[in-house]
Write a protein of this length. Sequence first.
Length: 209
Amino acid sequence: MEKGSLVVVSGFSGAGKGTLMNNLLSKYNNYALSVSATTRSPRPGEKDGVSYFFKTVEEFETMIDQDELVEYAKYVGNYYGTPKAFVEKKLQEGKDVLLEIEIQGALKIKKKFPDALLIFITPPSAEELRSRLVGRGTETLDVVNQRLTRAITESEGVEAYDYILINDDIDTCTEKLHNLIRASHDRACAHLNIIEIIRKDLRRIEYVK
Ligand code: 5GP
C-alpha cells in the first residue's frame, strides 16, 4: 500500500483552518487529522482527546523528554505538540495526515520530513481576520490582541510554505485544498523510487534489434 502524505496546514488564528479540516474529513475518506497535545485550557465545547489532549505543563514536558512528539512549539504562552505514534500509524495505513499547526512547528516538520506539503491559509484581509477572531467570542480581547500581534510574526515566515490559500469562501477553499493534496501525491519526490526501479530495469532490459 502507498504511504500517505504529511500535510501541514497553518494560518493566522481565525483563518478558518478548523472548519476546513472538518470539511475535508467529512467529505473524503483519505484523511486523518492529528490531535495535538496542548497546555492551554479547553474552550467551551472542546473535548479532551477530540479537540486536543489537554495536558499540564509537567505532563507535556514528560512527553518532550520521552520523545513522544514529532514537533512542539510555544504559542502565546502555551505548549502545543504533535503526538508521534498516531501520525506514524496513519501514514502507514495510507492516510493523508493533516497537521493543523503553527509556523515554528511547520518548519520543524519540513526539516524532518522534506516531502511534507506545507499550506498556509489566510483570510482576505486584516480587518476580516480581526472580525472573525472577535466574532468567535472564545478568547478575551487581550488574547485576541496577542493573536493579532502573533499574526504579524507568522506572516514573515510564509515563504517556507508550498502554497498559500485565501479563504474567502469556505467551500471553494476546501476543494482547492483537497486538489492540492491529491496533486502532491504525484510530485517528483513521491515517485523517485519508481524511477529508480525503471532505471535499473532499463539497464538490464533486452533492447529491440
Ligand atoms: P488554538 O489555541 O487556537 O487552538 O491554537 C493556537 C495555534 O496553535 C494555532 O495556530 C494552531 O494551528 C497551533 N497548533 C495546534 N496544535 C499544534 C501542534 O501540535 N503543534 C504546533 N506547533 N502548533 C499547534
